[in-house]
Write a protein that binds this ligand. Structure first.
Ligand SMILES: Cc1ncc(COP(=O)(O)O)c(C=O)c1O
Length: 372
């Protein structure tokens, strides 16, 4: 059987990793400032994480959500404390798209409305509602077209005044737009958006799937604006690569049996890994590290000639170039052995593990300079 050909692939077979390095099947070492697309949060093959997952697999990998799972409760408690949302509830599922799908459903169950306001350049996933609130018609199949969505301009409050019609169920917005090109909503815009949402009984959903979990230098990027959304979605870094995601839900929402559900979500193996991730983040002060190393990288990148603009927060960084970045990225990968990401044709995206050290950041800068 062939693989369905959905991705353009680099001819590199990555078979192992350690910290911020990955290795191919020939033993070549690469510096990973991509984190496997913002997923590897505490570093590849972190010993504490490996131990937690291995021990749990040897004990019990999975049992259904029809019985008490104390690992879910332990994880929820730890996540509440780490994020500052200990009075919120947690619903666990498997991927970012599913997290947003459930958030949009929950909002609609809550206020009985149908329409959603999203933003230009947004990305929220590939499932039915999540893809419809994503600003890219190429991803939307006819079968996804039922949901009515309006795309407003990020940081233009006039374009969200539409909410005053009181016909919108929810607004969905990324903490920092990732795939769209690393655009951060202004604090004042976020505060005003929250004010309009609460005045119009519209649910505010913060998609922190890429920008959250410590990457921005705070647990959530929206915490820079001092707001408290009604629903927050998380995925990617939550279990360092094991598929897991969560929906954090404000106390204003009432849980109703049967409305939401999942087979795999919150399984024992994932919870054991996710607990280890939070413990490692705390023990190694990785949020602080992301802020410090991210600030350093952003200020050093701004000094380099040939880069049109550097944007970002913490270890979520975009470098925009006048020219397409294909050649620079290829040189970085094949000559300098550095993995990076992109956002569109002109932006290189850096999403390394939160454990990236100052030395590794300097190493990246040295290798980048060789490609400019
Ligand atoms: C902001 C954001 N939301 C949602 C998703 C979808 O997550 P997943 O691919 O786990 O479904 C992504 C993935 O890149 C994302 O960056």
């Amino acid at each position: 059987m062939n693989l369905f050909d959905v991705y353009p692939l680099f001819p590199i077979n990555i078979v192992s990793g350690k910290g911020c390095k990955v290795y191919d099947d020939k033993g070549t070492e690469y510096l990973d400032v991509y984190g496997g697309h913002a997923v590897v949060s505490v570093g590849h093959a972190h010993p504490k994480y490996v131990k937690a997952i291995s021990n749990q697999a040897a004990k019990l990998g999975f049992y259904s959500n029809s019985v008490i799972n104390s690992l879910q409760e332990d994880f929820a408690k730890k996540l509440g404390i780490a994020s500052g949302y200990d009075n919120y509830s947690l619903f666990l599922i498997n991927s970012g798209a599913e997290a947003n799908e459930n958030a949009l459903k929950l909002a609609s169950f809550h206020n009985g409305r149908k329409k959603v306001l999203s933003f230009k350049k947004s990305f929220h996933g590939r499932t039915s509602a999540a893809v419809k609130v994503t600003d890219n018609p190429n991803y939307v199949a006819p079968v996804n077209e039922g949901l009515e969505v309006v795309f407003a301009e990020l940081n233009d409050i006039d374009t969200v005044k539409e909410l005053e019609t009181q016909t919108y169920s929810s607004v969905i917005i990324e903490g920092v737009q990732g795939i769209g090109g690393i655009y951060t909503p202004d604090n004042q815009f976020m505060q005003e958006l929250q004010r309009i949402c609460s005045a119009t009984n519209t649910v505010l959903i913060l998609d922190e799937i890429q920008s959250g979990y410590g990457r921005s230098g705070k647990f959530f990027a929206h915490q820079y604006a001092g707001i408290k959304p009604d629903i927050i979605t998380v995925a990617k870094g939550i279990c360092n690569g094991f598929p897991m995601a969560g929906v954090l839900i404000s106390p204003a929402f009432k849980a109703v049996h049967g409305q939401l559900g999942t087979t795999f979500g919150g399984n024992q193996l994932g919870c054991a890994g996710a607990i280890a991730v939070l413990e490692i983040m705390e023990e190694e002060r990785l949020i602080e590290n992301a802020g410090k190393v991210g600030d350093f990288l952003i200020s050093e990148l701004k000094k380099l000639p040939g880069i049109k603009e550097v944007r970002g927060l913490g270890l979520m960084i975009g470098m925009e170039f006048e020219q397409p970045v294909k050649e620079i990225r290829s040189k970085l990968l094949f000559e300098q052995k550095v993995f990076t990401g992109v956002a569109g044709a002109h932006i290189i995206r850096l999403l390394p593990p939160l454990s990236l050290s100052m030395e590794e950041a300097q190493e990246f800068l040295a290798r980048l300079k060789m490609c400019l």
